[in-house]
Each structure stands twice: as C-alpha cells, then as structure tokens.
Design a protein around this ligand. Structure first.
Ligand code: AP5
Length: 229
C-alpha cells in the first residue's frame, strides 16, 4: 500500500499551489485540502458559511481565524484525512493558524512544508490570465483556453475569471502574503520542516522537483500518513 503523507505547500498567490497539490494528491493518494476551494464551494452553494466569507474573498482579505479554523478542524476530522494524511493548500496562512495546526497534530509534526518560489512579476501574469471552471474548479488561462467557447473540457461547466483576480484584489492578496504568510517560511525553517523549490517552468517539471524532495524526506524516515486525535 502506498504510504500516506502530511504535506503543506506554501507560496504566493499564483505560485501554482492548487495546480501542484492536485497532482501530489493523486500521486500520494492523500486528500487535497484547499481552504480557498472549500470557501468558494460554500459561496456557490449559498450556505451560511458562504455568506460569512463572501465579502472577505471578493476583496482579497483574509477570512477571520475562527471561521477558518472551524472549517479546517471539521475537515481534518474526517476519516480519509485521519487514515491517509493530507496535502494542505492555502492553509496555514498565518503563524497563528500554523501554531493551532501544530497543536492539533501534536505530538507528530507534518512531514514536510514546501515553499514554491515564483517571482512576483511571474505570478502577476499568471493571475491576470487565469480562468477557472465554476463547477469542477479546473484551471485554464487566456493562453490555453478550453476547446469550446469557455466551456470546461472536463465537465462542461462555465469557465470564468475568479472574483478575486481583479487588479485591486490581487494587489491586496500579495500585500497580505508578504505581511501575514511569508513569516511562516522562517517559522517552519526553525522547526526543520521547510524546503524551497522553484515553481517556475513547465508544471510537469515542477511536479518532478516536488516528488523528488518529498520522496527524499520519506526515505530519511519519519512518520507518514494520517493521525489520530
Ligand atoms: P486560495 O484559493 O488559496 O487562493 P490563493 O492563495 O490566492 O492562491 P491562488 O489560487 O491564487 O494561487 P495558486 O498558488 O493556488 O496557483 P494556481 O495553481 O491556481 O484563497 C482564496 C481566498 O480564500 C484568500 O484570498 C482568502 O480570502 C481566503 N482564504 C483561503 N485560505 C485562507 C486561510 N487559511 N486563512 C484566511 N483566509 C483564507 O495557479 C495560478 C495560475 O497559474 C493558473 O492559471 C495555473 O494554470 C497557472 N500555473 C500554475 N503553475 C504554472 C506553471 N508552472 N507555469 C505556468 N503557469 C502555471
């Protein structure tokens, strides 16, 4: 049986976290937990959670700690995560969130935290060009659109620009990344969990780099897979 993993991908907006977490989730057979996807699904279904987070996401603001933790704790408590582990995408995003995650996972820390490094001018281009399927979340861009009239190749859903991919919201998200999320790099470095990987170039090549460092860490030992609370 393929051993599970407990991974975190850090990186600024547009670094390719979602793209790569989807691939790592398939490769290591672990749930892909994207807080952004969870909140967008809640908005789409017009749930109470969706109503609470809508204004924050649209403006590129961070969702309050209590709301994020409630959603994450509920997700981490599900059987697939407990058995197989996870690849976390977009969480933690502040030192406060990382401290709480460490408490939840105690006594065993995450296997590896990877910082996907991409220069700001590159992410700005990627975000401006990004288009997403409103149904399945598949990623497209103005350079590589769906085959037919902005209709998703996978599910037939409508392909649009994300509400928070406007110039003002992108700028706000990148500012918040520098102030609130970038300090996590040092935080995980101090705990000997962090590896930096270039997120530039062909996405397949980026995936190869990620798998290489993750497998190296797995070969070096440590506990892999889910957790029991
Ligand atoms: P979230 O959905 O997590 O968005 P994000 O952090 O802004 O990240 P992105 O989805 O923009 O970028 P990505 O790195 O995943 O890149 P992607 O793979 O899509 O969060 C959205 C919002 O939710 C937040 O702003 C906040 O309001 C809220 N939220 C979520 N979590 C929270 C938390 N923990 N606390 C508080 N609030 C929270 O790629 C981008 C584009 O580039 C795509 O078009 C892709 O096709 C392309 N691309 C990817 N890789 C490559 C490559 N190698 N070469 C060329 N193009 C590439």
């Amino acid at each position: 049986m393929v051993p599970g993993s407990r991974l975190i991908l850090l990186g600024k907006q547009g670094a390719g976290k979602g793209t790569q977490c989807t691939r790592l989730s398939r490769h290591y057979v672990v749930p892909h937990i994207s807080t952004g996807d969870m909140f967008r699904a809640a908005i789409k279904s017009r749930s109470e959670l969706g109503n609470r987070v809508k204004q924050y996401i649209g403006g590129g603001e961070l969702i309050p700690y209590e709301i994020v933790m409630e959603a994450v704790v509920e997700r981490l408590d599900q059987d697939d995560t407990k058995a197989r582990g996870f690849v976390l995408d977009g969480f933690p995003r502040t030192v406060h969130q990382a401290e709480t995650l460490a408490d939840i996972l105690d006594p065993v820390p995450v296997d590896l935290v990877i910082d996907l490094e991409v220069p700001t001018q590159v992410v700005l281009k990627r975000l401006a060009a990004r288009r997403v399927c409103t149904d399945c979340g598949a990623n497209y861009s103005t350079d590589v659109p769906p085959k037919f009239d902005w209709t998703c190749d996978n599910c037939g859903g409508e392909v649009i620009q994300r509400d928070d991919d406007t110039q003002a919201a992108i700028q706000r998200r990148l500012d918040l990344y520098e102030r609130r999320t970038a300090p996590l790099i040092a935080w995980y470095q101090e705990r000997d969990r962090l590896v930096k990987i270039s997120g530039r170039g062909d996405p397949d090549k980026v995936t190869d780099r990620l798998i290489e460092v993750i497998d190296k860490r797995r070969a070096a030992g440590g506990r892999h897979g889910g957790y029991r609370r």
